[in-house]
Design a protein around this ligand. Structure first.
Ligand code: IDP
Ligand code: MG
Length: 139
């Protein structure tokens, strides 16, 4: 299992607020190389599948509605120790708890609308990348 790739989404709130450029600048400035990227919109079924691990949680309906309400930027990122370093760069799930200078601290509004996704393991990075991209779209 490779350890130098992770998967991210700039969530609908980031796109709506015009933060795509600023967030990508933070990501590349932190040493991540973009090896796949697109603007896309998740369907209800896409979001239910992508977040299936959370389907028993009370916020699941809200999460699916949020993630499908507009376009997202999906991307695969490459860097040594990618998963862990990217989670550090984005900060805690709740922006109120996120460290100063992290993407969620800078750009997220709330626990629900928290600007950006980052895979939580090498295995999920691979699964999530393949969910959004064909092999020939990852460079
Ligand atoms: P993560 O994105 O930091 O890995 P997870 O616990 O995997 O956090 O939750 C997935 C997503 O579900 C979060 O990024 C956030 O958008 C949403 N979420 C998590 N907890 C809550 C909550 O308590 N209320 C509303 N939305 C939540
Ligand atoms: Mg998670």
């Amino acid at each position: 299992m490779r350890t130098d790739r992770t998967f991210t989404m700039l969530k609908p709130d980031s796109v709506e607020k015009g933060y795509i450029g600023a967030i990508l600048e933070k990501i590349t400035g932190a040493g991540f190389k973009i090896v796949a990227m697109k603007l896309t919109q998740m369907t209800q079924s896409d979001a239910e599948t992508f977040y299936a691990v959370h389907n028993e949680r009370p916020f699941f309906g809200e999460l699916v509605e949020y993630m499908t309400r507009g376009p997202i930027v999906a991307a695969v990122l490459e860097k040594e120790n990618a998963v862990q370093d990217f989670r550090t760069l984005i900060g805690a799930t709740n922006p109120a708890d996120a460290a100063e200078g992290t993407i969620r601290k800078m750009y997220a509004a709330s626990m629900g609308e928290n600007a950006v996704h980052g895979s939580d393991s090498d295995e999920n990075a691979e699964i999530e990348s393949q969910f959004h991209f064909a092999g020939r779209e990852i460079f």
